[in-house]
Design a protein around this ligand. Structure first.
Ligand code: ZN
Length: 341
C-alpha cells in the first residue's frame, strides 16, 4: 500500500457516511436472495475443474454474461493452457481518485467434472451445497449482486472497481499470476472473495508468506561393510542440515521451516551418494522471508567431501497486518450498523 492514501482512511464521519450508503444495499440484497441462489446454481452446475480448460472457459463465459447484464464492462483475457481470465470493470474512475479497487477470485474448483452427479447443487439447512459452491462460486455471486445493488440503488462508486476471476487458482495460479500482480499494483486495495473463516464469517486480514525449497545433497557411495570410510554419507549430511534448519524456526515471529519430504539411499549396505529434502517455509513478515531465503540458499556442507545444491525460494509474500489493519478497522462498524437494520 506504500504511503498512498487509503480508502476509508478519511475522518470518522466520512467513513460512517460511506458505510451508511453501502448499507442501503443490504435490504435490497436480502430481497434478491432467491435470484442469487438461482444464479449460484447455474454457475455451480457448470463444473470447472482447474485442469479442464474448456469447462473453466464455459463457466467464465456464464459469469461474464451475468456481469454484462448488470452493466459491467467485460473482457475475456485469453490463456492458452489454462482457463481464460474474466476481467470486469464498473464505475467511471475519475482521474482524481487515484487507484482502482480490485475484487479478486477464481472460477476453477478442485472437483473433477462429473462430481455433480454424486454431489448435486442443493440448499439444505440454510446452506447451499455443491462442488465449488463454498470455494468460491458463492463469492463470485456476492460480487455480482453487489454490482447489481449499486446500480439498482443508483450508488456510483467513486473509484473504478475491477473484478478479476482467474481460472487456475487451485493449481497455483501459474497462468494468471502476472495478470493478478499487474492489476493489484494498480489498485488501492484488493478484496479477495475466498470463503470467510469459520462459521461466524471472519475476514482474513493476515496470512503467512510461503516458500518451497529443495535441498539436494551429493556425497560419495561406498560399501558400508568393506570401505565405509571412503564414502561420504549424503543422508548424514542431510540430517545435519535439517538440524540446522530446525533452529531457524521462530514461532513468536511467525517463522516455520520444516523438512517434510525426505529421500535418499539405495541399499542398506551402501553409503548413500545422494539425499534430498523438500522444505516448507512460512513467514509472517516479508523482511523475515528475504532473510530466510538468503540463509537457505547460502547453506554450506558440514561433512568433508559433501556437496549441497539448494533450489527454489519464496513463492508467496505474506499479507501483513499493517497493510490490512485499516480495512479490518471498518469491519466492526459494518457489523454494528447491519445489525440495526
Ligand atoms: Zn479458493
Amino acid at each position: 500500500m506504500g504511503g498512498r492514501r487509503k480508502i476509508g482512511a478519511g475522518s470518522r464521519s466520512e467513513k460512517m457516511a460511506a458505510l451508511r450508503e453501502g448499507l442501503k444495499t443490504l435490504p435490497y440484497l436480502v430481497r434478491r436472495e432467491p435470484e442469487m441462489l438461482r444464479v449460484l446454481r447455474s454457475i455451480v452446475e457448470i463444473e470447472s475443474f482447474s485442469t479442464d480448460k474448456s469447462a473453466v472457459d464455459r463457466c467464465g463465459l456464464l459469469v461474464a454474461g451475468e456481469f454484462r447484464r448488470r452493466g459491467g464492462r467485460v473482457r475475456i483475457l485469453r490463456n492458452a493452457a489454462r482457463g481464460n481470465l474474466v476481467r470486469i470493470e464498473i464505475g467511471a474512475g475519475r482521474a482524481r481518485e487515484s487507484g482502482q479497487l480490485l475484487v479478486l477470485g477464481h472460477l476453477d474448483t478442485v472437483y473433477p467434472s462429473g462430481t455433480l452427479r454424486r454431489m448435486p447443487f442443493r440448499v439444505a439447512r440454510g446452506r447451499a451445497w455443491g462442488p465449488g459452491t463454498f470455494d468460491m462460486k458463492g463469492g463470485i455471486v456476492l460480487a455480482l449482486f453487489a454490482v447489481e445493488a449499486l446500480r439498482a440503488l443508483g450508488i456510483s462508486p467513486r473509484r473504478k472497481i475491477v473484478f478479476l476471476w482467474t481460472g487456475d487458482e487451485e493449481i497455483g495460479s501459474a497462468a494468471s499470476r502476472a495478470t493478478i500482480e499487474k492489476e493489484a499494483r494498480r489498485s488501492q486495495a484488493v478484496l479477495v472473495l475466498e470463503p470467510a473463516l469459520g462459521l461466524d464469517g471472519r475476514a482474513k486480514t493476515q496470512r503467512k508468506g510461503i516458500g518451497e525449497i529443495e535441498i539436494l545433497v551429493h556425497g560419495r557411495a561406498a560399501h558400508a561393510g568393506v570401505d565405509p570410510e571412503r564414502g561420504v554419507n549424503a543422508a548424514h549430511e542431510l540430517a545435519l542440515q535439517i538440524a540446522r534448519l530446525m533452529k531457524m524456526n521462530d514461532p513468536r515471529r511467525g517463522i516455520t521451516v520444516q523438512a517434510n519430504v525426505i529421500s535418499g539411499g539405495t541399499a542398506t549396505n551402501v553409503v548413500p551418494e545422494f539425499a534430498r529434502a523438500q522444505v516448507d517455509v512460512r513467514f509472517a513478515r516479508a523482511r523475515d522471508g528475504r532473510g530466510l531465503q538468503r540463509r537457505l540458499l547460502g547453506l554450506r556442507p558440514i561433512l568433508k567431501g559433501a556437496r549441497i545444491e539448494v533450489r527454489g525460494g519464496l513463492n508467496r509474500p505474506p499479507l501483513e497486518r499493517r497493510g490490512s489493519a485499516w480495512l479490518a478497522a471498518l469491519t466492526p462498524d459494518c457489523k454494528k450498523q447491519s445489525e440495526g437494520l
